[in-house]
Design a protein around this ligand. Structure first.
Ligand code: TYR
Length: 187
């Protein structure tokens, strides 16, 4: 499965961020607040087709998690554009003013721009620092999904306000941090 696809666990739905590898095994990144709610993830809402198991989850403070793929699950280095797909070949830090897109299982593909870096958000569970602030909309279930600029991975959907009907403000965990924390790369 690809970035932006639905993942189900613990009765919740989130979105897959980016497929990554440590050189021998396949993993994907998603949000830490998603990783916190399930140890096993499935590709179907009935939670019968397993896609992987949560290896580590960091939320609050950060908002990222690492999930190890179950054997035999396809894991292309792509984001699902819900009608086509976007190959992902590298990761980078976002820049203020950069035009970006995100993909997720509730509102599919949405775009906007980066408004600020190193933003702080106070969630009910605690504070997350270092987030990418954007004017891209998102809704519940889009969490964990990818923020990207063309073939470059930038972030993971964390949270925000508004919606995709009236417009929203969404904060993203920079992807470079889980890549270095876990010693994995896009792939
Ligand atoms: N935090 C939401 C989730 O867990 C995602 C979300 C993002 C919701 C931005 C609302 C919002 O404005 O799926």
């Amino acid at each position: 499965i690809a970035g932006g696809d639905a993942i189900y666990g613990g009765g919740y739905r989130c979105s897959l961020g980016f497929n990554v590898t440590d050189g021998s095994s396949a993993y994907f990144l998603t949000a830490g607040h998603c990783g916190n709610v399930a140890s096993t993830w499935y590709s179907d809402s009935g939670q019968s087709t397993e896609v992987g198991t949560t290896q580590d989850s960091q939320f609050p403070d950060n908002d990222f998690a690492l999930v190890k793929y179950a054997d035999g699950v396809d894991h292309p280095s792509e984001v699902d554009l819900y009608g086509s797909s976007q190959p992902i070949t590298q990761a980078a830090d976002a820049q203020v003013g950069e035009n970006v897109q995100r993909s997720g299982s509730t509102t599919q593909v949405q775009g906007g721009s980066v408004e600020a870096l190193d933003a702080t958000v106070n969630y009910q569970e605690g504070t997350v620092n270092g987030l990418i602030q954007t004017n891209v909309c998102a809704e519940g279930g889009d969490s964990g999904g990818p923020l990207f600029d063309g073939s470059t991975a930038l972030g993971l959907t964390s949270g925000g306000s508004g919606d995709c009907s009236s417009g929203g403000e969404t904060f993203f965990q920079p992807v470079t941090e889980p890549l270095s924390t876990y010693g994995v790369q896009i792939g």
